[in-house]
Design a protein around this ligand. Structure first.
Ligand code: ZN
Ligand code: ZN
Length: 264
């Protein structure tokens, strides 16, 4: 290595150390500093700084809390079942092929999902995406995905919110999986919030709400959203993607809400 390159390299390291001193790395979920967790008299959790590609490293305590979940059916997402399905999805036949869920929409995960919806929530979305991919890396890897796409938000709602957590989640997931990301789906009318409607009215609310910008012939799609409750929105998206030529649609969501606590 030449001297010039060596010095530039060292300067980069010193600068990074300086930035760490001024802005010590924090867990994006609980905001605790790395040193809060490693230093001190034998206290607390190990810090799992997990270098790139798992940037936005979540601390050990948050990883355990947010990833802990009962085993779920990989076909419909209900608790129980297996990769082949459970008694629920044998009756209902989901419109997607498989679904990967980080955990139940409750407690700390519910708080994190709500924070990710706010304008400054992109860092939280990236952290949740990392947890989701880490938990299901083998399963999602076996699906052979060609493209990652978000469930779209109507442009009007997005301009009010300032961000779309589905967009940020899906972008991060695509980076971690190393596959292309795009937004072929468009929400062509502003639908009422699904959580404001009785469960039986939700499919009608999103019927015909989506269209695609381009053909997706022979593509295997991974569709991403933050929360699923009845699955009516995901189903409408899946049907639109398949009508545009997608050969399979799998789904990844951060949280699955119980129907009683229906919020999405
Ligand atoms: Zn934490
Ligand atoms: Zn099932």
């Amino acid at each position: 290595m030449g001297w010039g390159r060596f010095l530039r390299c060292q300067a980069g390291r010193w600068a990074a150390c300086g930035i760490d001193l001024i802005y010590p790395p924090r867990c994006p979920i609980c905001q605790r500093e790395a040193r809060d967790q490693t230093g001190g008299a034998g206290q607390v959790e190990e810090w799992n700084p997990d270098p790139s590609p798992w940037a936005n490293a979540v601390c050990g305590a948050c990883t355990r809390e947010l990833s802990a979940d009962a085993g779920r059916c990989l076909r419909c997402g209900e608790v129980g079942g297996s990769a082949d399905g459970c008694r629920f999805c044998r009756q209902r036949h989901p419109d997607w092929r498989h679904i990967a869920v980080l955990s139940t929409y409750a407690g700390g995960l519910r708080e994190a999902v709500l924070r990710a919806k706010r304008p400054a929530g992109d860092e939280v979305s990236a952290a949740l995406a990392s947890l989701l991919v880490r938990k299901h890396s083998a399963v999602i890897g076996s699906w052979g995905v060609d493209r990652v796409v978000p469930v779209p938000m109507h442009w009007w709602r997005r301009s009010i919110r300032g961000t779309s957590s589905a967009v940020e989640l899906s972008r991060r997931i695509a980076t971690l999986l190393g596959v292309p990301w795009s937004r072929p789906l468009v929400r062509q009318r502003a639908t009422r919030m699904q959580n404001e409607l009785p469960i039986e009215d939700r499919p009608r609310n999103v019927q015909g709400a989506f269209r695609v910008r381009c053909r997706l012939d022979e593509e295997r799609i991974l569709l991403v959203d933050d929360v699923v409750t009845t699955g009516a929105t995901l189903s409408a998206c899946c049907r639109t993607l398949r009508a545009a030529g997608a050969v399979t649609v799998d789904v990844a969501v951060v949280a699955r809400a119980d129907r009683s606590s229906a919020d999405a």
